[in-house]
Design a protein around this ligand. Structure first.
Ligand code: GAP
Length: 453
């Protein structure tokens, strides 16, 4: 690699090539939101489809669901989010900018911030004479609830309050009984869901790493309390296997045992998965032992029995939950980040995305060598139509000269470029150019699909 890659390089490539745009860019943007363009959504779908296949389709013990984003406000009262889902906020006394208090303390080198009470954090600001990033005095800390609140229906009072869900998990807890009633699963079994989650982050940052609207892929595994450890270890291992299956380098993955003071309020044991992003080692996902926290809370608040009754007649119990959770946007970032390569070809700088083939948004680009030769275009169109039918994600590309086309396809991570030239008209073969090596080989049109897929 010729230079250290920076986040700006990735932001710039993803915008230029139609992966990710700033949200509401036309109006100056909306902080913490990003829009996926045609190639970005295809990459994101390829990752989420791989996840769904790995955890739902290929297994007998996992039930996929898709719950509504808006839920009865009692769900969030029971889960503890109404009272407890907050971050500590401080305000710059001069320019009124708001900052995460814990981030400012950590940036100033204060240790064990996660274990501190609000009072202790206030004291740490004073003891260390910490100012805002703009050098101004800061307000006292106040707790800021991160849920986006809205009203459902025409009447706006406290009975109509609802929230954009801050995690997909609760949609699965409130459907636990439905799944048991419909499918009578043996325990342990799991539910899985992919969907949007929303958090009014105080300071969104680092591109799609910390945003206000994002996608989660979560699994709730329901187990007997005596068995939780074994089930936890099994699903943590599956989580690792999934990361590897989408090409994340093993040496960039770290599994961190989260100390008690840093864990979410519902967790008795958590292993965070962290990844070496360009911006440093940061959280990618996690696996938490949520005990019976959620099911017992929903049982209490709803008055409904959420116990599981084993088929062998042994006593009913409230299942304990193991939760592997994945941030889809963070996986997209990790995949792009670890695929971004700069090298030199024939003395010229080249940037390419070394995406695993099954994730590449475009699998093959098809070009006529010259676009002003109708016989080449006609033959190339035939090959394109055939590949499109057999492979699907195929792009027609006749813009600019062949060198430019290769550069463009390299930048979007297309593994193969197929070029139809004058020899193709004679011998029914084409040139296949490989992204990673830039090597070219001659392949018979009849062998193309087998060769590429
Ligand atoms: N149901 C458990 C839960 O929501 P979490 O650690 O708060 O746990 C799970 O979130 C995952 O969601 C994180 O590991 C991360 O990948 C992703 N995530 C959380 N907040 C995010 C944000 N503001 N922007 C992007 N992804 C986020």
């Amino acid at each position: 690699m010729s230079k250290t890659v920076a986040m700006e390089d990735i932001v710039s490539l993803t915008k230029r090539r139609g992966f990710i745009y700033q949200g509401s860019e036309l109006y100056g943007g909306l902080s913490g939101t990003w829009d996926y363009g045609p190639l970005g959504i295809q990459l994101k779908r390829n990752i989420s489809n791989a996840w769904w296949k790995f955890f739902v389709e290929d297994r007998d013990d996992t039930y996929g669901i898709d719950a509504a984003i808006l839920m009865n406000q009692k769900v969030w009262q029971a889960s503890g989010h109404v009272d407890g889902f907050s971050d500590p906020l401080v305000e710059d006394m001069v320019n009124k900018k708001r900052h995460r208090a814990d981030h400012l303390l950590e940036d100033a080198g204060v240790e064990n911030v996660a274990a501190m009470s609000t009072e202790q954090m206030n004291q740490a600001f004073k003891d260390n004479n910490i100012k805002s990033p703009d050098g101004n005095e800061l307000s006292e800390i106040r707790q800021f609830n991160m849920m986006f609140q809205t009203n459902v229906g025409a009447i706006q009072d406290e009975t109509s309050v609802s929230y954009l869900r801050p995690e997909t998990a609760q949609g699965m807890f409130v459907n636990f009984k439905n799944i048991v009633d419909s499918f009578s699963p043996n325990i342990p079994f799991a539910t899985a869901q992919i969907g949007k989650a929303f958090r009014n982050e105080i300071s969104p940052r680092d591109f799609i790493f910390r945003v206000r609207e994002f996608e989660q892929m979560e699994i709730e595994v329901f187990a007997h309390p005596d068995n939780w450890r074994e089930v936890f270890d099994e699903w943590l291992e599956l989580q690792k296997q999934f990361y590897l299956s989408i090409g994340l380098p093993e040496e960039k993955l770290h599994f961190i045992d989260v100390p008690a003071e840093d864990r979410a309020h519902y967790s008795k044991h958590s292993i965070d998965s962290e990844f070496d992003y360009i911006i440093g080692q940061k959280e990618l996902g996690g696996c938490a032992y949520r005990t019976d926290h959620d099911l017992s809370a929903h049982m209490k608040h709803s008055g409904k029995n959420l116990e599981y009754r084993p088929k062998d007649g042994s006593p009913a119990f409230v299942p304990h939950v193991i939760e592997p959770t994945f941030g889809l946007d963070r996986l997209v970032l990790a995949v792009i980040d670890s695929s971004y390569v700069e090298d030199e070809v024939n003395g010229e700088k080249r940037v390419y995305l070394k995406l695993p083939k099954h994730l590449a948004p475009v699998k093959v680009a098809v070009s006529p060598l010259l676009k002003n030769k109708p016989e080449l275009v006609e033959k190339a169109r035939e090959v394109y139509a055939q590949l499109k039918k057999d492979i699907g994600s195929v792009m027609w590309d006749d813009n600019g000269n062949i060198g430019k086309r290769y550069r463009r396809q390299d930048e979007i991570g297309t593994p193969y470029c197929v070029v139809i030239d004058f020899d193709s008209l004679e011998d029914n073969s084409v040139t296949v150019r490989h992204r990673d090596t830039t090597e070219q080989e001659r392949v018979a049109i009849s062998d193309l699909v087998g060769k590429i897929s």
